[in-house]
Design a protein around this ligand. Structure first.
Ligand SMILES: C[S@@+](CC[C@H](N)C(=O)[O-])C[C@H]1O[C@@H](n2cnc3c(N)ncnc32)[C@H](O)[C@@H]1O
Length: 341
């Protein structure tokens, strides 16, 4: 997975071959349209208010692809949330030069507001990612057996290896299988001084799920990761439980966990009721929702349980933020417990 996705020359992501959206290999929340970024901008603005409207507020994004999410957030904030926009700085952590170039082109109009540090730096604000974690390489360990990649002649095949059982790693324990994701939360926790981590992705909360990979190209599922190597995406379900646990060990608190349907519905229910007493005007109409046909279609795709609404979950982690009597807007209708722990 590491080589296929991230080899400097041939990797699906690092080569810049990955295309998201109708003409690409798969859809994401971001590729549905600007509404996703606009709703998240509202949630970010509420967080900024809760942190005392600090004028040194940073959004750090990882897995920013071509910069479209950043563009949607910044354009919306500039137009609708000017006070928040003034306080805001946007940072993208991008390991791949070809993607950084695309992002720089797309975000040119925002000048110095957006920067590309080489690595995570200390910040107050929000770390945001959409479908970053599912792209992190994993080991396929299930019930004490690990699947490794071997060769049969000139063909790649899976080879199974028994892990053996130890007291610290009983059979069925998946804890070591997503080391990259655990290292990532360690690093994010260390650089976040005060604020939130918001990660959106698809996965499972509990311990017992069978780790596997999905392979996708041109909106089709492929049978094997050995097909179309470097031209197909390989992803895995996120093990939320282990990430939350590791975050807590690093001094973060679970501030919310729910599915995308409930998350976005919570944000929508509070739209325009933050600092500004009036709902947004213009194409957002008198109601708190956009009323163009396109925006309604986007909303349906993001919210519908059989489209993206149930497939995705949202985990929010807080650091050095007091537990407040009301959860963040996105967790107002949260279906899962875990606001405080
Ligand atoms: C599935 S895409 C998601 C793109 C975008 N967030 C969206 O929702 O449309 C995953 C992205 O994560 C990036 N990525 C993987 N590991 C990363 C890392 N350690 N730091 C930054 N980006 C990373 C990949 O290069 C890829 O662009």
């Amino acid at each position: 997975m590491q080589q296929v996705l991230y080899h400097p020359e041939h990797g699906y992501y690092s080569s810049g071959r990955c295309v998201i959206g109708r003409k690409g290999d798969y859809f994401t929340n971001v590729s549905v349209g600007p509404l996703f970024g606009q709703l998240l901008a509202s949630q970010f603005s509420e967080i900024w208010e809760r942190l005392g409207k600090t004028n040194d507020f940073v959004i750090v994004e990882q897995g920013a692809h071509d910069g479209q999410f950043a563009l949607d957030v910044l354009e919306f904030a500039q137009k609708r949330l000017p006070e928040f926009f003034d306080a805001l700085r946007y940072r993208i952590i991008e390991p791949f030069p070809i993607l950084e170039q695309q992002q720089r082109r797309k975000l040119e109009a925002f000048g110095d507001k957006v920067k590309w540090p080489d690595s995570l730096e200390p910040f107050t604000g929000i770390h945001f990612s959409n479908e970053l974690l599912d792209a992190m390489p994993v080991r396929l360990i299930n019930n004490g057996t690990e699947k490794l990649v071997g060769l049969d002649g000139d063909k790649f095949i899976f080879v199974e290896r028994s892990q053996g059982r130890t007291a610290s790693q009983p059979s069925g324990d998946n804890s070591a299988s997503n080391q990259d994701a655990l290292d990532w939360i360690d690093a994010v926790a260390a650089s976040l001084q005060r604020g939130y981590v918001i990660a959106i992705d698809y996965g499972f909360l509990d311990e017992e799920f069978e780790r596997n990979v999905q392979v996708r190209a041109r909106h089709q599922n492929l049978d094997s990761p050995f097909e179309q190597i470097g031209y197909a995406d390989i992803t895995t379900f996120v093990h939320w439980g282990s990430i939350a646990e590791r975050a807590q060990a690093n001094g973060l608190r679970v501030a919310g966990f729910t599915d995308q349907h409930h998350f976005l519905t919570g944000i929508i229910s509070k739209l325009g009721r933050g600092a500004s007493p009036e709902p947004p005007a213009d194409d957002w109409g008198q109601s708190s929702l956009p009323n163009s046909r396109k925006a309604k279609r986007e909303l349906q795709t993001l919210l519908h349980p059989e489209m993206l609404g149930r497939a995705f979950q949202v985990l929010a982690l807080a650091k050095n933020v007091e537990v407040e009597p009301t959860p963040l807007a996105g967790f107002k209708f949260a279906r899962h417990p875990g606001q405080s722990s």
